[in-house]
Design a protein around this ligand. Structure first.
Ligand code: CA
Length: 587
């Protein structure tokens, strides 16, 4: 008892005044509070737009490094984190499930947490982590062994640690968790291992499970420890038992739309990749073989985990066009409340915020082969001869007809988040122009083994570029400008009220663009490839920009001919922070 009081007293003394607590209001108002960043997406609507305009088109040339922070060790690999900023501290996650607290003023390390990962973890696509979540006095992040960890944000001590799923079955976790009304909400990763995509909500204080919602039809959800409702209708869109290992990993996490009180999560590819095992017919025969809710966006009630709506971007998906890409809530020029999402399949979709209903879709990459367009109901108009062939039709039954499909399976856009500018009304989309040879093979499910039934080789579509940053008018789908990059783009994008668009490239440059023309106004070489997410904030009246550098992610591992083209790039692991010095702000 005495010892307990002594510990409490010591910690109160150590923190001086009452400890600052991240509240629901902090999360709700994150976009407008420019001195802190407490959400993934720089605001719950994932716009990655800052109202700061201290830094602008005229003075961005004066942006200089303030400090840099090395992640250290031999564990380099891809660094995809989005920094959080709160109460004088910057928090970042690193490869191999590490989390760092850094003094915002000096860049000095305050503490570091390294998850002890077991042998035999099965991350499909590099050992990345995309960021943490912060609430109350805790900071939360997911680990590669499919756990969620809550740490005391002042000390880094573990408050609780819970298992999301069994890593031995191929589950892992890399996305930033989401906080809504005192719940910590997570997805899961492992779509290439025949896992089942799920969303889970836990009490942020205790880590106790509140509800679960699998996203593949036939599976049961839970609420307060008891079965709640079945997802979809058993066997309505899946044949036989295929739904039991049906994929749909919710690996990029989700967002919360406060205006409609809806969680929005995306679901990845159905498993296995060989679509003929999931749908023997053609997609023009109604929705009997659509494999819901894989390759879909799903609206979920945060109170109980019930599905409110869904929109499937690629029914009977067969090219690894995961439907996970972020859904950005915005208001269009006519005042309509919309969602926008740029899918792996190459189309930029606008949906209605109230019910997820389809509004429009336009291509955001060139040379899409698998569909000629999206019809008025939101369903793809398939080019049937671009579906990889059925191996059962081959003479030896071992390899179906090879097709060249574009975009390649790494997508017209992959995980790297786009930005929406409230100033221009345009989206800034990091895309890639590439295709693939793809074919199907026989496969049967085996726990912890890759469950693809497909082979593939990614290829560039153009000699001079793969990466393509595009400014897109969401009302028309018109591409206002394009910046071509030699290597594939794999970093997040940010827009600001100062008229700037920031991103990084694998060649190592952090770049600031003019939001209206695409002109490069400033760049800085960071020494390793950039696959992280830029943020900006205000400290003592000066504007700062932070972005992590450290080459890796899926491209070097899965990029086929493109991986060979960029294998000269060096690994790293350095968080860079830039500032506009006060005396140069008016220049
Ligand atoms: Ca996938």
């Amino acid at each position: 008892m005495n010892r307990f009081i002594a510990v409490v007293a010591a910690s109160v003394l150590a923190s001086g005044m009452a400890q600052a607590q991240v509240t629901e209001d902090d999360l709700k108002n994150d976009q407008s509070i420019t001195t802190q960043i407490v959400t993934n997406g720089m605001g719950r609507h994932l716009q990655r737009y800052s109202p700061l305009d201290i830094l602008n088109k005229d003075n961005v040339k004066n942006l200089v490094p303030a400090w840099a922070f090395s992640l250290g060790g031999e564990k380099q690999r891809g660094q995809e984190t989005q920094p959080l900023v709160y109460d004088g501290v910057m928090y970042i996650t690193g490869s191999y499930s590490r989390l760092y607290a850094i003094d915002l003023a000096t860049g000095a390390e305050l503490w570091q947490y390294d998850a002890r990962l077991p042998e035999g973890i099965l991350p499909c696509c590099d050992v990345v982590n995309r960021g943490a979540a912060i609430y109350g006095d805790k900071i939360y992040f997911g680990t590669l062994d499919a756990r969620i960890v809550a740490l005391d944000r002042k000390t880094g001590d573990v408050a609780w640690r819970k298992k999301i799923a069994d890593y031995k079955a191929g589950y892992s976790y890399t996305a930033a968790p989401l906080i809504v009304n005192g719940l910590v909400i997570t997805g899961n990763s492992g779509g290439e291992f025949g896992v089942v995509g799920e969303v889970q909500a836990r009490d942020a204080e205790t880590g106790d499970l509140v509800w679960t919602r699998p996203v593949i039809e036939g599976h049961m959800g839970t609420l307060n420890g008891e079965e709640s409702t079945m997802t979809g209708t058993l066997n309505a869109t899946w044949p036989g038992d295929m739904w039991k290992t049906g994929g749909g990993a919710t690996w990029l996490g989700g967002s919360y739309d406060i205006d409609t009180d809806t969680l929005v999560f995306g679901a990845g590819n159905p498993a296995p990749w060989n679509s003929h095992l999931r749908n023997a017919g053609t997609p023009t025969e109604g929705n009997a073989g659509d494999n819901l809710y894989a390759a879909s966006r799903i609206g979920i009630d945060p109170a109980n985990g019930e599905i409110k709506w869904h929109y499937q971007t690629t029914p009977r998906e067969g090219w690894d066009y995961d439907g996970v890409n972020e859904v950005v809530a915005y208001t269009d020029r006519d005042g309509n409340k919309r969602y926008a999402t740029a899918d792996r399949n190459g189309f930029f979709y606008v949906l209605n915020r109230e019910d997820g209903a389809f509004v429009s879709a336009t291509p955001f990459v060139k040379d899409i082969t698998w569909a000629s367009g999206i019809d008025d109901s939101g369903r793809p108009i398939y080019n049937e001869d671009n579906r990889p062939g059925n191996p059962a039709d081959a003479a030896d039954g071992k390899k179906g007809d090879v097709v060249f499909a574009s975009p390649g399976f790494l997508g017209g856009k992959n995980w790297m988040p786009m930005a929406f500018s409230q100033k221009t009304g345009n989206f800034y989309v990091p895309s890639n122009e590439w295709g693939m040879d793809i074919w199907n093979e026989p496969i049967s499910y085996k726990k912890g083994a890759a469950y693809l039934g497909a082979g593939f080789t990614i290829k560039p579509n153009y000699e001079d570029h793969i990466g393509s940053l595009k400014a897109i008018d969401p009302d028309t789908g018109e591409i206002k400008w394009e910046y071509k990059n030699n290597a594939p783009l794999w970093a997040g994008v940010m827009a600001t009220a100062g008229g700037l668009v920031f991103t990084g490239n694998p060649e190592g440059e952090i770049i600031a663009f003019d939001d209206e023309t695409g002109e490069v106004l400033w760049s800085f070489q960071t020494g390793s490839g950039i696959v992280g997410q830029p943020v900006t904030y205000e400290l003592d009246g000066e504007q700062y920009v932070s972005l992590i550098s450290g080459w890796g992610g899926a491209v070097p591992l899965w990029g086929g001919e493109v991986a060979k083209k960029v294998n000269y790039l060096n690994q790293g692991g350095m968080l860079w922070t830039f500032k506009l010095p006060k005396q140069l702000a008016s220049n």
